[in-house]
Ligand binder design. Structure first.
Ligand SMILES: Nc1ncnc2c1ncn2[C@@H]1O[C@H](COP(=O)(O)OP(=O)(O)OP(=O)(O)O)[C@@H](O)[C@H]1O
Ligand SMILES: [Mg+2]
Length: 259
């Protein structure tokens, strides 16, 4: 049985249909990559998995239990099994790095300050930043801040880590550090990972399965090798970063509209 299941999930905002009868099963231990154009609902999909958004219809299941209809109080212990690296992965600017990483533990556990500090430092070491605990977030580079956010996401030893565009805005070397960390967490903590990304190098490196969203549906589901060899023109254009004639035509219209 799958650890996470979306069953015929639909979600719209006003007249905009974002998810349309979407079904997806994610087995425990899998590294699933979700790709798709901007605005296709990748972040919305992640938020459904942790109950930050509710489907208009359909069901979300986690570990054999239906979760989309649970009240907040019952969702809390389920959310604690997830680490979420948000797209806008903001750290708390007024707290030190160590306090940021410790935050979930101070909020959700009864551990002592000494225990919490030890775990925070251990998680920072795991992401390769053993010496920055006393710094403020503003003193770090973008890549370091992402890694601190990742250390915070794993503070509670989650069963599932959701990564929303973990490498966006990073140079290729720092991106690859994040890719290696995703693989390391998968191997060392046996986590189930869901990685939303536009970065095809990252997608093909960290995923053992890739799904592509378009118009509220999954239009491709396969291994990285199947992505590379796919003859689906939409998938191929996405992999190669090429716009379709249709997409370019819409640009011409906008250009013509300029005064
Ligand atoms: N809370 C909300 N209220 C209204 N509209 C929303 C809300 N959340 C998302 N949307 C809309 O739903 C669509 C999908 O948004 P989503 O953030 O999932 O896109 P995405 O695939 O993650 O895009 P990107 O790659 O740019 O991050 C967008 O058109 C967005 O404006
Ligand atoms: Mg998004």
């Amino acid at each position: 049985m799958a650890l996470i299941e979306l069953r015929k999930v639909s979600k719209r905002f006003g007249r905009l249909v974002v998810l349309n009868d979407l079904t997806l099963d994610i087995p425990e231990g899998q590294s699933l990559v979700v790709i798709g154009a901007s605005g296709t609902g990748k972040s919305v999909l992640l938020k459904h998995i942790v109950g930050l958004l509710k489907p208009d219809s359909g069901e979300v299941w986690f570990d054999g239990k239906r979760v989309d209809n649970l009240p907040e109080r019952e969702l809390a212990p389920i959310r604690e099994q997830f680490g979420f690296l948000f797209q806008m992965g903001a750290l708390f600017d007024s707290m030190t790095v160590e306090q940021n990483v410790a935050f979930p533990l101070t909020e959700h556990t009864t551990k002592t300050r000494v225990e919490i500090q030890k775990i925070a430092l251990q998680k920072l070491a795991m992401v390769g930043l053993p010496d920055v605990g006393r710094k403020m977030p503003a003193q770090l580079s973008g890549g370091q801040r992402k890694r601190v956010a990742l250390a915070r996401a794993i503070a509670m030893d989650p069963r599932v880590i959701l990564y929303d565009e973990p490498t966006t805005g990073l140079d290729p070397i720092r991106s690859d550090v994040i890719n290696e960390l995703i693989l390391k967490l998968k191997h060392e903590m046996s986590v189930t990972s869901i990685v939303v990304t536009h970065d095809m190098h990252s997608a093909l490196k960290v995923g053992d399965r890739v799904v592509m969203l378009k118009e509220g549906k999954i239009i491709f589901d396969g291994t990285p090798d199947e992505v590379r060899n796919s003859d689906n023109p939409v998938v191929q254009r996405f992999v190669k970063g090429e716009a379709s004639a249709e997409e370019l035509a819409s640009l011409d219209v906008q250009a013509d509209d300029e005064p």
